[in-house]
Design a protein around this ligand. Sequence first.
Ligand SMILES: [Ca+2]
Ligand SMILES: [Ca+2]
Length: 317
Amino acid sequence: MAPDMHVFHAQPRAKRAPGHGIRHEGKFMRTKLVGLLAATLLGGPATVTAATISLFEAAGPDPASITAARDAFRAAIGGGTVAGANGSFGGVRREINWDGVPDSFADPNQLPANFFNVNSPRGVVLSTPGTGFMVSANAGQVAPIEFGFADQLQPFSPQRLFTAVNSNVVQVNFFVPGTETAANTTAFGLVFTGVDFVGETLLEFFDPNGDLFYSHTALVSGTEGLSFLGAMVTGGSIGFVRIFSGTSTFLSNGVLGNPEGDFVAMDDFILAEPTSAATVPEPGTLALLGLGLAGLGFVRRRHSHHADSVFTAFESA
Ligand SMILES: [Ca+2]
Ligand SMILES: [Ca+2]
């Protein structure tokens, strides 16, 4: 990977939408270097490991606002544009758009945490400190579309969206698809909808040792808008990812746990094919990398730098 890593993100122009927070219109693109870091492995041979993080982001009022950033992220990972079985793109990339989830596992029913490693193997197992996960209903079902918040949310891929239940946090762990073999990935991104405020919706990337090494907040999309956020790591591995979606929580259709907060739901997940141990870095390498990122203005959240591999409140089934 060339050192001139590309960052695709919107140049938002804010305008006030009365009663609906800030609405942004996104235009592409700007390119800049996110990070080109070298870490020397202490206590071992004079090994120097360079790792880079490529960031892809965009936000705006409609799917077209983020399509170029999504496409650039897809192209950077590889795998083409034609989905095969189980959301596999050429064995290089996986995607989850939630749209094929059957009604029996969609609103008002919960989605099993391991649906996308068992029912439809894509190497993704979810956990949350909340009480579960839900995929929104299609039109014409008993449950309303978009969790009863069609005035706040919008699908990128129609019609289904995704949310945790009773929490704004989802952790994504990776497995060799269809197996119980833990795996790592090198890229993860997703679409948010309804990001109204700066700094509250974000992704945290942890290395295979459970150390946080990169975090980035989503661009504001405005009410009913769409925001894409994805990152690719070169020279390192992603052990798991934590998603923070706004500050409100979904309790049931039309009911929020924190109505004063920003309710944000999710759509398409995109990830590099999860693979087992081969890409695990030397111990300490990514921890040092994290320090380097802090020096570059990286903002660390208040929670622990070192995280358990899954949430215990709602572990994967
Ligand atoms: Ca969808
Ligand atoms: Ca919102």
